[in-house]
Design a protein around this ligand. Structure first.
Ligand code: PCA
Length: 213
């Protein structure tokens, strides 16, 4: 089994993106499963193109995308990605589409297919604040989640895809003193826990074969 996991480069006013650091800190193998890592630019089009190229290169069984959601007060896993680009700030190349479709002929939304609730349960059991989120926003994270789901629905329908938003890391606390943050080690551990749930789904009613939301 192979899992492709992506993080993002820093964007906006932040010099660090904890998703990049947490993804790169993961081991190359967990419980016999290869963990393939890729860091995506925060640039419309380029981010999903790089992810699609990695899918075509490695043919993973699962794709887990990870991004920063500064200001959230815990780990969140996304239930849905919507067919909307409506950027609150410009991306790293200066694009700021407003109310545009990601895929003009695509469906309005995709329900993502990771074992969301099992992952939230495992995070909570490890003592981390965590919840299922019903919006990935309308910036690059939602864009990549949607583009990945759309691409795989059309080309690799058995491939499971999903999106994890992590909060700020404590290494960003000097710039965001009031915001909730987790240590870099805990963020990497949280991703490891999510990957272990995906590798060994055991939550009743929710496995890789079917997500009960
Ligand atoms: N977070 C942004 C884009 C990149 C990232 O890490 C988002 O939530 O859309």
């Amino acid at each position: 089994m192979k899992i492709l996991i992506s993080g993002f480069e820093p964007f906006g006013n932040d010099a660090i993106n904890p998703s990049q650091d947490a993804v790169l800190a993961l081991p190359d193998e967990i419980e016999g499963t290869s963990i393939i890592k890729v860091i995506l630019p925060v640039v419309r089009g380029e981010a999903s193109d790089r992810l699609k190229a990695k899918i075509l290169e490695h043919h993973p069984n699962v794709v887990v995308c990870v991004g920063q959601a500064g200001g959230r007060t815990g780990l969140t896993i996304e239930r849905v990605a919507i067919n909307v680009d409506d950027y609150p700030i410009p991306d790293n190349a200066g694009h700021q589409p407003l109310d545009e479709a990601i895929a003009p002929l695509g469906p309005a939304a995709y329900l993502l297919t990771l074992p969301n609730k099992a992952i939230v349960t495992a995070w909570k059991a490890a003592g981390y604040p965590a919840s299922l989120s019903n919006t990935a926003g309308t910036f690059l994270c939602n864009h990549v989640a949607y583009a990945c789901a759309h691409f795989t629905a059309n080309h690799f329908p058995n491939l499971k895809t999903g999106f994890i938003h992590i909060p700020y890391s404590t290494s960003q606390s000097p710039d965001h003193p009031e915001a909730f943050a987790m240590t870099p080690n805990d963020l990497t551990e949280a991703l490891t826990i999510a990957l272990k749930v995906i590798i060994n789904p055991s939550h009743p009613g929710q496995t890789l074969e079917g997500t009960v939301c």
